[in-house]
Design a binder for this molecule. Structure first.
Ligand code: F6P
Length: 564
């Protein structure tokens, strides 16, 4: 098949931030060489390509043989990992070094899944603070709390058993818990339903409580800061909903909370025995391993929740010890850098072929985009290369029937990860096998395409008039060379989910080190929050907005509301 350039616009990408100019030039040469070929041609020329470009570790199989990449280019990408000091950065992460420079903090989410009970856990202190002991204590408290709610020994204010838990939180205090609770639904306790409310406009709250009884409902308020507008607004709605029915003393029995902000929990009325601590060295989007994961634990039980933690821990061990060429997070990281910085893919689609993972792309959106959506280097100088990729996706096969057309034949440059379990999550293997066939077919179609010659001969075989063949054939061409990887595993259980999440967390870290950006802060979310605070009185009609255009628009909204 003739090669088709991946980029509609072409142009040279800006250099990456590493010392070796020669390495960058070499990567550009690989890029040009491979663009002159095609994934299809590379596969045809190398019968061992799958064996060469796939790795299985910790029960996850990464098949990246459908990337526009070969062994020499990969060797240079791994040299880039070395040149960027990724191995040292990995060590620093686990040892509690200040990897979040702007906030002068370590990022110790990895410590949350290492409770220090297994072999190979080294002590970890931040000054005098014993991280392992603190994590163990909070873990034991969360476990005891979850056990008492699940077992029905912890009751509501009227003595009734809790049947429904509502997690109130947003961003990292919502996306991880929702994603994992949905993914592990097969293991959920049918006697304790778990719901999630995050959005500000009140709709989700109203829809959720519409079918619930206050006397049997427990709210878990998750907010690292306990200052987040959305969460506090919904938490206050929840408190009113409880106290209207059960009186003010019921708050202690119907609310638990997870936060670093104890004065704010005091003020809200959260009882001492049901407040759980997290720490400022845990970023929101990395926090489902802390007590922020309480709603996951309530849904699937403490033993399964600890399997999730163990899965994350297994991926941590792999990340720290596997050679770079077999290191799954390192490979995912460099594939992303290759597609973003060398091949110009601005967006990356995540396509799980298991409906249980339907919130996984949304979870990854915050993880990757809030972490690596940065435009200045660690020292504050502007970056001169592309950073974070736009992440999006939907479960296959639904995705096939909505946006795959653009991915196959559009002009956008998109790379893809397919997630594929071998076994059905619901015991319906025949349906899962069909899903797997579709996943593999799509991966092949994206990589290999369908040439003009193939389109023509297919139409000729249908005995179409030659003129009609000429008209139709160009519309049937699939250019191919849409780079994609398949991440396959036996089955979506708690340990596997833990491995998947930790894998992507570490992928993000690897990329941040190569791009020389801080993945653990998120200053870009602040400006909008501040403006919203300033505009709230204008929307309420208490004062005029500063900008005349904004005030005019508010006026129109008010007229629709009938307020003049
Ligand atoms: O959107 C910004 C953000 O700070 C996220 O990083 C965080 O996960 C989310 O808001 C919620 O914050 P909190 O847990 O403090 O309520």
């Amino acid at each position: 098949m003739s090669s088709v350039p991946l980029s509609a616009t072409g142009g040279s990408p800006a250099p990456l931030p590493f010392a070796s100019y020669d390495l960058w030039q070499s990567l550009l040469r690989h890029r040009d060489r491979l663009r002159a070929s095609s994934i299809r041609a590379l596969a045809a020329a190398d019968p061992d390509r799958y064996a060469r470009l796939s790795v299985e570790a910790e029960g996850l199989l990464l098949d990246y043989s459908r990337q526009l990449l070969d062994a020499p280019a990969l060797a240079d990408l791994l040299a880039l990992v070395e040149a960027s000091s990724v191995p040292t950065a990995i060590q620093e992460l686990f040892e509690g070094a200040i990897v979040n420079g702007t906030e002068q903090r370590p990022a110790l989410h990895v410590a949350l899944r290492d409770t220090g009970v297994g072999p190979g856990t080294e002590p970890l202190h931040l000054g005098d603070f014993d991280v392992r002991a603190a994590v163990r204590t909070e873990r034991a408290r969360a476990r005891a709390f979850a056990t008492s709610v699940i077992g029905g020994t912890r009751k509501g204010a009227t003595g009734q058993r809790i049947t429904d838990v509502v997690n109130i939180g947003i961003g990292g205090s919502d996306l991880g818990p929702v994603m994992a609770t949905e993914a592990l639904k097969s293991y959920a306790n049918p006697r304790l339903r778990v719901h999630f409310v995050s959005n500000l406009d009140g709709v989700q709250f109203a829809d959720t409580v519409a079918t619930l009884e206050p006397a049997k409902t427990l709210f878990v308020i998750c907010s690292k800061t306990f200052t987040t507008l959305e969460t506090l607004t919904n938490a206050r709605l929840a408190r009113r909903w409880i106290t209207d029915k059960l009186g003010p003393n019921a708050v202690a029995k119907h609310f638990a909370a997870v936060s670093v902000n104890h004065p704010a929990m005091d003020e809200f009325g959260i009882a001492q025995d049901v407040r759980f601590t997290m720490w400022d060295w845990v970023g929101g989007r990395y926090s489902m391993w802390s007590a922020i994961g309480l709603s996951i634990e309530l849904a699937i039980g403490p033993d399964r929740y600890e399997e999730l933690l163990a899965g994350g821990r297994a991926m941590d061990r792999h990340f720290r010890s596997a050679p770079l060429a077999q290191n799954l997070p390192v490979l995912l990281g460099v594939l992303g850098v290759w597609n973003r910085n060398l091949l110009g893919c601005e967006s990356h689609a995540v396509l799980p072929y298991d409906q249980r993972l339907h919130r996984f792309p949304a979870y990854l959106q915050q993880l990757e985009m809030e972490s690596n959506g940065k435009r200045v280097r660690r020292d504050g100088r502007p970056v001169e290369w592309d950073t974070g990729t736009v992440i999006w996706g939907e479960p296959g096969s639904n995705a096939q029937h909505s946006f795959f057309q653009l991915l196959h034949q559009g002009t956008a440059r998109v790379s893809m990860d397919f997630l594929l379990p071998a076994k059905s999550s619901v015991g319906n293997q025949a349906s899962q096998d069909l899903a797997a066939a579709n996943c593999l077919a799509q991966a092949e179609a994206f990589a290999n395409g369908h040439s003009l010659e193939e389109a023509r001969s297919e139409l000729h075989a249908k005995r179409l008039e030659p003129a009609r063949v000429g008209e139709l054939a160009p519309h049937k061409v699939h250019p191919g060379d849409r780079p994609n990887s398949i991440l396959a595993f036996e089955k979506l259980d708690a340990a596997t989910l833990g491995k998947l999440v930790a894998l992507y967390e570490h992928k993000v870290y690897v990329q941040s080190v190569i791009w020389d950006i801080n993945p653990f802060d998120q200053w870009g979310v602040e400006l909008g929050k501040k403006l919203a605070d300033r505009l709230a009185p204008a929307v309420k009609g208490e004062r005029a907005a500063d900008a005349p255009g904004v005030q005019a628009l508010i006026g129109r909204l008010k007229r629709w509301q009938g307020g003049g």
